[in-house]
Design a protein around this ligand. Structure first.
Ligand code: UTP
Length: 489
């Protein structure tokens, strides 16, 4: 600092130095004398926002060593409600759908999108929700969700408030984007945006927290598990309670065809008095990279694909189906009072931390340069929302249909001419067209198909037109679609 720091900065510096020294991270302030007052203030504010004793514990348990996964010995596949009900399930599903619709209609359901991730694999410059995802309009993910909610509000004659979790990195761009697009037609009074908390990245070699710049720490969002705390600390839960919301419909920002509020799923969850429930997809192969829904004793648990022993992953039932078949796709319904109870419990709550080795660019105060590593150099730590499932007294799993609800945009496209990357913009657009084709066919439209059975056209159905195939009943449709043509409905 060119001049003596203001008195309160000096006091804050002393306090921060003591906190950091206690966990071996005092290096973060070694260069503080060279900073301007504003820069020192910014660095200190970031340092003051971190739970350093927790970081210290995690460095011991997750940075200095790789925590060992303890495989429980009493694990069984979790039961689930099938996508298509058979026998006695048929009456239950009718009841469940009615119950879910009633809850939505009565304004007791909120939509919640977790959008705090960094989207590094996609490589899009901006919040992932701003990514153009649909096959014809190139409509952004946030736009798809807003249109879904507009249609659902119209269908059920209600307001479905929308909560969006961002991170401090993408919060402002997210707000700006939604404001620039006039919330895609939603009433901004019913959209609440709030950021999640961050965790510092730690150098793998010397176990020191990294700087991103002279005046900032290398921080990254603390995982989607952070949503369960952020919902509380942001005041979102208080807002929900004021509005009479009972159920939170949790979805991710990367899936343009996700059902943001699904009456049947919400109803099955509500009838079973579940606290947090999940949708699943049957895995297409034993080692598909989806978490596995399991029961450990009487607790619902997701075991990550990398932790499920291969021998178990390959086990099959006598009918040939995988024994551990139910894969997690990060769609949940969560009771408001469950989130509240976690956050108000006497000893607080914490989800288990997960370690990821990543390339993290960092600032070296000695050379005043930013270093961009070629190989993973740092550990990032995240919590996962599904790790709250074992904290529930009751939890259900409901099977959904891959083509109907799962077209995530996670990875960047491959170069033209190469096969689509899995979970890429191109694969997502194909699934969107396939779903649209199937919905139209269900309404009697002749849909052209190629020799492999795929739709031979590009079709986009706006969510304001239909959020399920039955919504097309009131839409004027062509008798047939020309092969190779494009159709926007
Ligand atoms: P992913 O696990 O796909 O991570 O997030 P990501 O950050 O979006 O992408 P990569 O791994 O860097 O490529 C799944 C969902 O969880 C949200 C994401 O925004 C996405 O909707 N998420 C993830 C958060 O909200 N916060 C986080 O800290 C991490």
């Amino acid at each position: 600092m060119d001049q003596a720091p203001p008195a309160n900065l000096t006091t804050r510096l002393e306090k921060a130095r003591a906190t950091l020294s206690a966990v071996g991270q005092a290096h973060l302030l070694d260069h503080v004398e060279a900073l301007s007052t504003d820069q020192a203030d910014q660095l200190l504010s970031q340092i003051e926002g971190i739970d350093w004793p927790e970081v210290g514990r995690l460095i011991e348990s997750h940075v200095k060593q790789k925590p060992k996964f303890e495989m429980p010995d009493d694990i069984k596949p979790a039961p689930w409600y099938p996508n298509i009900p058979l026998g006695s399930h048929q009456a239950l599903y009718m009841d469940a759908r009615q119950t879910g619709e009633d809850l939505i209609r009565q304004g007791k359901v909120a939509a919640f999108t977790v959008a705090g991730g960094q989207g590094t694999r996609l490589g899009w410059d901006g919040p992932k929700g701003t990514f153009p995802a649909t096959p014809m309009r190139g409509f952004p993910l946030f736009g798809c969700f807003a249109e879904y909610l507009i249609k659902a509000q119209e269908k059920y004659g209600t307001v479905i408030p929308w909560y969006i979790m961002t991170s401090p990195v993408n919060d402002q761009p997210t707000r700006d984007f939604l404001a620039e697009h006039d919330y895609f037609g939603l009433d901004s009074a019913n959209v609440m945006i709030f950021p999640q908390a961050m965790m510092p990245a730690v150098d793998m070699a010397n176990h020191k927290v990294l700087l991103a710049d002279a005046d900032s720490l290398a921080l990254s969002p603390n995982g989607h598990g952070g949503s369960l705390k952020a919902l509380w600390t942001s005041g979102a839960i208080a807002d929900m309670k004021k509005r009479g919301i009972e159920q939170i419909s949790y979805t991710q920002v990367d899936n343009p065809i996700v059902r943001m509020v699904d009456p049947l799923f919400i109803g099955l969850h509500a009838l079973d008095k579940a606290q947090m429930s999940s949708k699943m997809l049957p895995k297409v192969e034993p080692l598909e990279k989806l978490g596995n829904f399991c029961m450990v004793g009487d607790k619902m648990t997701v075991i990550e694909y990398s932790n499920l022993p291969e021998e178990l992953a390959h086990q099959r039932l006598t009918n040939g189906d995988l024994r551990f078949r139910a894969g997690s796709i990060a769609i949940h319904v969560i009771r408001v009072d469950f989130v509240e109870s976690l956050n108000t419990s006497e000893h607080g709550f914490s989800l288990p931390w997960n370690r990821a080795e990543k390339k993290v660019a960092f600032y070296d105060p000695a050379t005043k340069q930013t270093v961009k590593p070629e190989a993973p150099n740092a550990i990032k730590m995240e919590t996962f929302v599904f790790d709250a499932l074992p904290m529930c007294d009751s939890s259900i799993v409901y099977e959904t249909d891959r083509m109907d609800e799962f077209a995530p945009v996670k990875n960047a496209d491959t170069p033209a001419g190469e096969p689509d990357a899995v979970d890429s913009p191109a694969s997502s657009k194909h699934i969107q067209t396939e779903r649209a084709g199937a919905w139209l066919q269900q309404r009697g439209v002749t849909v052209p198909r190629n020799s492999e059975g795929h739709v031979d056209a590009v079709i986009e159905i706006k969510q304001t037109t239909a959020i399920e195939s039955s919504d097309l009943a009131s839409v004027e449709l062509p008798d047939a679609i020309e092969p190779g043509s494009q159709l926007l409905l």
